[in-house]
Design a protein around this ligand. Sequence first.
Ligand SMILES: Cc1ncc(COP(=O)(O)O)c(C=O)c1O
Length: 389
Amino acid sequence: MEKIYLDYAATTPTDPEVLEAMLPYFSERFGNPSSIHGFGQETRKAIEAARSQIASFLGAKDEEIVFTSGGTESNNTALFGTLWGNAKKGNHVVTTAIEHHAIIEPAQFLEKQGYQVTYVKPDAQGMVSPDDIAAALTDKTVLVSVMHANNEIGTIQPIKEIGRIVRERGIYFHTDAVQTVGHIPVNVNELNVDLLSLSAHKFYGPKGVGCLYVRKGTRVLPFLRGGGQENRRRASTENVPGIVGAGKAIEICGRRMATEAKQQTVWRDRLIAEVSKRIDHVYLNGHPNLRLPNNVNFSVEFVEGESMLLNLDLFGIAASTGSACTSGDLEASHVLLSIGRPHELCHGSLRLTLGRFTKDSHIDKFLEVFPGIVAKLRAMSPLYEDKKS
Ligand SMILES: Cc1ncc(COP(=O)(O)O)c(C=O)c1O
């Protein structure tokens, strides 16, 4: 049975070209980039080349890129580092109710430490209004953090407009672009951001490596302290193979992203149209078109998300109920609750995310088996029987 992977938002497979670029840095090119000798100079050069690849993709300067261990560390650094570095300005952060846990959890921790946090709610399609962000700003606001696109429902936020408002007020603006980098254009100047997080495993690079873009002049104190790596902004010996892989992965995305996004949009819209046509009581989560090209998210009434996943798995199809972090537990998604979905619909969600190695036949197979799965599960649901009669 062919295995079909429709969970690219959870993680992407490492591109073979990326792996090939990384391999020498696990063997003969092993030097510590902080060492003065030739071994060290060789890996230092590789890191700087990767930094340039990422900076060039984002429209940033090389020195504005700080390598980290991934999206989570980048988000934590953006929050803590900016507050620590600007304590005299205030103690208030504005974010949204639909951020990834890698923002929500540190924000809640900050509240326990005495900071003020405002969580702005999105509308029913998951869109955050720039006016609502503006209304939440106070004289004590140091940082605003709004994700570029949501990892569960795919809605793309008006980052450019929010950035314009926030930066006019002299407040720093961070965006979690973990789901967008490598999938849609991301330019730090066009988006009006001071800080931006990305993670290589979401764009066909390796896991455990990412970076934080920090606009020149933004005061961010280090989150990890120790050695003087990354210009004293992030201690610890660099993950050289990972960084090389991240650079290569972004370079490939630069070449292929536009074509891939176009193809994925066709598949996405076909899935949305066909599922809505073939199955009753199905609701699309997220914005109908201002959404990631590769994201489909439905709530299927009278069915449990986990049951759909298990049944799809029997056909070799890998999907998700939402974010990888929440799909392991049975708590309703904070994102779906925030857009006003009732609990029953939150528990019946299914996310399909497409990518570089998706084929037409994968979409065909999903559409062939999914209506039968839903019918089988609904046949066991007394609520569905009541609804029909
Ligand atoms: C929007 C978003 N932010 C942050 C993260 C965390 O990234 P990482 O797994 O690299 O720590 C993820 C991962 O799922 C994500 O989707």
